[in-house]
Write a protein that binds this ligand. Structure first.
Ligand code: ACO
Length: 399
C-alpha cells in the first residue's frame, strides 16, 4: 500500500461534508461500493455471484485472505473456526447474568469484550510492532477466533433471552448451520441454511461505513482485536446504521396491510419524516443487497404465509419512491428494508436483527483492520475550532 494517498496543494477547496462525507481514509482492495450505479463487490466478485455460488465461510476467507479458498484451504479455515466457537463458562455466566431484556447489541459487545480478558494472545499485537509479519499472523488468528466467538455469543443471547440453556456448537455443522443450531437447538434445513448464508454474505463488508471506520480507528491505536470488534459493535448498534432493520420492520408491521400504505406514505411525506430502510450515504441507486433480499423475501413470505407484510413493503416502496422521484430526489430502499422482513420470516425476534448483522460484518471489520495493519498509522483528524479565544476566568462567586 502506498504511504501517501495523495497530495493536496494549498490554497485549494476541499469539499467535505459533515460526518466526513467525501473524506478518503485509505486505499483498499477489499471491496468496492459503486453507489452511483448500485453495485457491490468483494475483492472483484459481485455480491450476486458470491451469494449464488459461495458459502459465508468462503466469502469470509475471501475478505480476510484476498482469494477464494480451494477445498483444502476451506477445510483448514473451517477447522480454525470450529476450534474457537466453544463458549467458556465465564462468558456463559456473563450472558446469563445480564438482564434478559437488555439490548442484545450491548450484551454482544460485553461478551466480545469479556472474551478479550480470557484470550491472552490478544495482547500480542503490541509486542510485535517491530515485526509486522508476526503481528499480522497473530491478529489474523485472533480475528478468526472472534468470528466464531461472536457467532456463538450471538446465539447464546437468543437463548438466554428465553431462559433456555446455552448450546455449544456442533462440530459437524458449518458456521451458519451452527448459528441457527445454537439458537434453536435444531439443525437447519439446507434451504434455510442457504438463505441465512446469503444474508450473512450480503452484509459481510461494505466500504468505510461507520462501524468499519470505528474498527479501523480503534485498531490503529494498536488496541487489541477484541476491543476493536467490541467498539465496532457499539457503532453498529445505532438506528442510523445496524439498528435500522428492526426499526424498518416495526414501521412496516405497524402500517397494518398494503391497503393502508398510501395514507401512511402521504403522512410521512407531509410531516417530512424519514422512512426507515430508505436512503444511503453512498448508494444513490438501488442498494444491490436489497434487490437480492427482495427476491428471497417474496418467496419466503409466500411460504410462511406472510404475504401481507411483503406486499405492504412493496407498496410503500413504490409509493415512496414515486413521490421522491417526483420531487427530483429518488431515495431507494437500503439493505435493512428487506433484511428485516427476511429475518422475521425466518423466525428471528426483532431485537436480534442487528446482532445477525454484527455476526456477518465481523469478517469485514477484521479484513479491513488486517489490511490497514502492515502500514498502520494512528487516525488523528482535526476539528475546525469555531469558538472564542480571549475569555478570562471569572471567580466562581461572580459567575
Ligand atoms: N426518508 C426520507 N427522506 C430521506 C431518507 C429517508 N429514509 N433518507 C434521506 N432522506 C432525505 C433527507 O431528509 C435529506 O433531505 P433534504 O436534503 O431535503 O434535507 C436528504 O435525503 C439527505 O439525507 P441525509 O440524512 O443527509 O443523508 P445521509 O447520507 O446523511 O444519510 C442515512 C443516510 C442515515 C442512511 C439516511 O438515509 C437515513 O437516515 N435513512 C433512514 C435510516 C436507515 O434506513 N438507515 C440504514 C442505512 S443502511 C446501513 O446502515 C446498513
Amino acid at each position: 500500500m502506498p504511504k501517501f494517498l495523495g497530495r493536496i496543494e494549498f490554497p485549494c477547496t476541499i469539499e467535505l461534508g459533515r460526518g466526513l462525507e467525501g473524506a478518503i481514509t485509505n486505499v483498499t482492495r477489499i471491496g468496492y461500493v459503486n453507489g452511483e450505479e448500485g453495485h457491490l463487490n468483494y475483492r472483484g466478485y459481485s455480491i450476486e455471484d458470491l451469494s449464488d455460488n459461495c458459502s459465508y465461510e468462503e466469502v469470509a476467507y475471501l475478505l480476510i485472505f484476498g482469494k477464494l479458498p480451494n477445498r483444502a484451504e476451506l477445510n483448514t479455515f473451517q477447522l480454525r473456526l470450529r476450534k474457537s466457537g466453544e463458549l467458556p463458562e465465564e462468558i456463559i455466566r456473563i450472558i446469563e447474568t445480564l438482564p434478559r431484556d437488555a439490548h442484545p447489541m450491548n450484551v454482544l459487545q460485553t461478551g466480545v469484550a469479556a472474551f478479550g480478558c480470557l484470550d491472552r494472545d490478544s495482547l500480542e499485537v503490541t509486542r510485535h510492532v517491530s515485526d509486522p509479519a508476526a503481528a499480522l499472523e497473530i491478529e489474523t488468528e485472533i480475528a478468526i477466533r472472534i468470528m466464531a466467538r461472536t457467532r456463538s455469543i450471538a446465539a447464546a443471547i437468543a437463548r438466554a433471552r428465553k431462559g433456555q440453556a446455552v448450546l455449544q456448537p456442533d462440530p459437524n455443522l458449518s458456521f451458519t448451520g451452527n448459528y441457527l443450531y445454537q439458537m434453536s437447538g435444531e439443525k437447519p434445513s439446507p434451504v434455510t441454511e442457504k438463505l441465512m448464508d446469503i444474508c450473512l454474505i450480503l452484509q459481510a463488508d461494505h466500504g468505510m461505513n461507520a462501524s468499519t471506520f470505528t474498527a479501523v480507528v480503534t485498531h490503529s491505536t494498536l488496541s487489541d482485536m477484541y476491543s476493536t470488534i467490541a467498539a465496532a459493535i457499539g457503532s453498529l448498534r445505532g438506528p442510523l446504521h445496524g439498528g435500522a432493520n428492526e426499526a424498518a420492520l416495526e414501521e412496516l408491521a405497524a402500517i397494518g396491510g398494503p391497503e393502508k400504505a398510501k395514507a401512511w406514505v402521504a403522512e410521512k411525506i407531509a410531516k417530512g419524516q424519514k422512512v426507515i430502510g430508505f436512503g444511503h450515504r453512498v448508494y444513490k441507486a438501488y442498494d444491490p443487497r436489497a434487490l437480492v433480499l427482495k427476491k428471497h423475501a417474496e418467496a419466503l413470505c409466500r411460504e410462511k404465509g406472510m404475504e401481507s407484510l411483503y406486499r405492504t413493503a412493496v407498496e410503500v416502496e413504490n409509493l415512496f419512491l414515486a413521490e421522491m422521484k417526483a420531487k427530483g430526489k429518488p431515495i431507494y430502499p437500503n439493505v435493512d428494508y428487506y433484511s428485516g422482513i427476511v429475518y422475521h420470516a425466518l423466525g428471528f425476534p426483532t431485537p436480534l436483527f442487528p446482532v445477525i448483522f454484527a455476526v456477518s460484518r465481523t469478517a469485514g471489520w477484521a479484513a479491513r483492520v488486517l489490511e490497514y495493519l502492515p502500514e498502520n498509522r494512528i487516525f488523528r483528524p482535526r476539528a475546525v475550532y469555531d469558538g472564542p479565544t480571549d475569555l478570562k476566568v471569572v471567580p466562581i462567586e461572580k459567575r
